[in-house]
Write a protein that binds this ligand. Structure first.
Ligand code: FES
Ligand SMILES: [Fe+2]
Length: 350
C-alpha cells in the first residue's frame, strides 16, 4: 500500500471502509468512496438535468452519486427526484412508472407514491404498510437547472442555490449549453479554474491569469483575476470573476472586450466520473451579428480548452501534498474550501 492509499484509508471516516474494500465493490464503497481519489462523493447542491429536459408528466431514470434515481415532473409542474427502487418488490420507478398528481405510480403492482415519496395507495389492499415510502430528494429549479441537495448523512441543505446574476436577462443572449462526461471527480475539475500556470502549457495561451483576490466565504469561493490578451487593437486587459457555490454550481464572468458569463455545473455520477454541464451567455452588443460572433468564438474557445483538459484529468492522480510554488496559493485555498463538502473527512486533514 502506498502512503497515499494509507492516507486515503484514514480519511474515509464515514463508513469505515478501507480503500481496498472500496475497490472490491467495483470502486464504490458504502460511503460512495473513490478507488482513485482520496475523498468520497461530496455534499451540496448538484444539477441532475436541464429544466427543459423533463416535461410535465415525464419520467426518466437517472444515475448520480453512485445511486439509481428517478426524475419526473409532476402535474403541478414541480420536478422531483426519488430513489429509483420501489420498496414493495424493487421495480425501477423510472422505467415504466407514471406521473399521477405530484407523485408516481409504480409500473409493477401499481403502488402510488405522493410528491413526498410516501405511499398513498396500494390498489389491492386496504392498508398501506407504514414503511412504504421512497426517499424524495430535496430539489430546486433555478438557472435553467433541476438541482438536488445531496448529503452523505442525510443532513438538510446548509445553503441555497445561488441565483446567477444576469442569467436569463434580456440584456444577455439566451444561454447556450455544452455537456461532457469526464472520468475524474468534481474536485479535480474545480481545481482547473484556479490553476493559472496550466493555461500556458495545456491551452497554449500567451499569458496566464493573475490572481488579484481569492477568498472563502462559507460555502462560496470567490476568485478575481485579470489577464492581458493581444488583439488587433493592441493589448486589452480583461477581468475574470469566479464564484463557486459548493462544487455543484458557480459562475464565471469575463469582462473586458466583451462581457461573458459561464455557469459550470459538475455533478458526480459516481466518485470517479463527473457530468459537466456548462451554460454560456454573452451581454448583447449594439450589433447582433457582433454579439453572435463573440458568442461563437467564446464557446469555441472554452470547448477547445475543455477538450485539452480532459486527457490531463482522466490520467492524473490527486496528490494530497502537491509541490505548490509562487502564484499557486489559490489552489491551496480551493482545497481548504473544498474540505467542508466531504462527510467523514477530518476538518484538519490535508
Ligand atoms: S414493485 Fe412497485 S408496486 Fe410492486
Ligand atoms: Fe483548463
Amino acid at each position: 500500500m502506498s502512503s497515499s492509499e494509507a492516507r486515503a484509508t484514514k480519511r474515509l471516516g464515514a463508513s469505515g471502509a478501507s480503500s481496498s474494500e472500496a475497490r472490491a465493490t467495483n470502486g464504490l464503497g458504502a460511503s460512495g468512496a473513490s478507488s482513485r481519489f482520496p475523498f468520497p462523493i461530496p455534499n451540496g447542491w448538484f444539477a441532475v438535468a436541464f429544466g427543459d429536459e423533463i416535461a410535465r408528466g415525464e419520467v426518466k431514470p437517472i444515475r448520480y452519486f453512485g445511486e439509481d434515481l428517478v426524475l419526473f415532473r409532476g402535474e403541478d409542474d414541480v420536478a422531483r427526484v426519488f430513489d429509483a427502487y420501489c420498496p414493495h418488490l424493487g421495480a425501477h420507478l423510472g422505467v415504466g412508472g407514471r406521473v399521477e398528481g405530484d407523485g408516481l405510480r409504480c409500473p409493477f403492482h401499481g403502488w402510488r407514491y405522493d410528491g413526498s415519496g410516501r405511499c398513498a395507495e396500494v390498489p389491492y389492499a386496504r392498508k398501506v404498510p407504514p414503511k412504504a415510502r421512497v426517499r424524495a430528494w430535496t430539489t430546486a429549479e433555478k438557472n435553467g437547472l433541476v438541482m438536488v441537495w445531496r448529503h452523505a448523512e442525510g443532513a438538510a441543505p446548509s445553503y441555497d442555490v445561488v441565483d446567477v446574476p444576469d442569467y436569463g436577462s434580456d440584456a444577455w443572449t439566451p444561454p447556450e449549453r455544452r455537456e461532457w462526461i469526464v472520468r475524474s471527480c468534481v474536485q479535480e475539475l474545480a481545481e482547473n479554474s484556479v490553476d493559472a500556470a496550466h493555461f500556458r502549457f495545456v491551452h497554449r495561451t500567451n499569458t496566464v491569469p493573475v490572481t488579484e483576490t481569492a477568498e472563502i466565504r462559507g460555502h462560496q469561493l470567490h476568485v478575481i483575476s485579470h489577464n492581458v490578451v493581444s488583439t488587433p487593437r493592441g493589448e486589452q486587459r480583461g477581468r475574470i470573476e469566479i464564484q463557486a457555490h459548493g462544487f455543484g454550481i458557480g459562475f464565471t464572468r469575463f469582462s473586458g472586450i466583451a462581457d461573458l458569463l459561464v455557469v459550470p455545473c459538475g455533478t458526480p455520477i459516481d466518485a470517479d466520473h463527473t457530468h459537466m454541464r456548462l451554460q454560456f451567455s454573452v451581454k448583447k452588443l449594439p450589433n447582433s451579428d457582433a454579439t453572435r460572433g463573440v458568442g461563437k468564438a467564446f464557446i469555441a474557445e472554452i470547448e477547445r480548452q475543455f477538450g485539452q483538459d480532459i486527457p490531463i484529468w482522466e490520467n492524473k492522480i490527486h496528490l494530497e501534498q502537491p509541490l505548490l510554488v509562487e502564484g499557486e496559493a489559490p489552489l491551496a485555498l480551493l482545497r481548504r474550501w473544498a474540505r467542508q463538502f466531504y462527510s467523514g473527512v477530518e476538518a484538519g486533514a490535508a
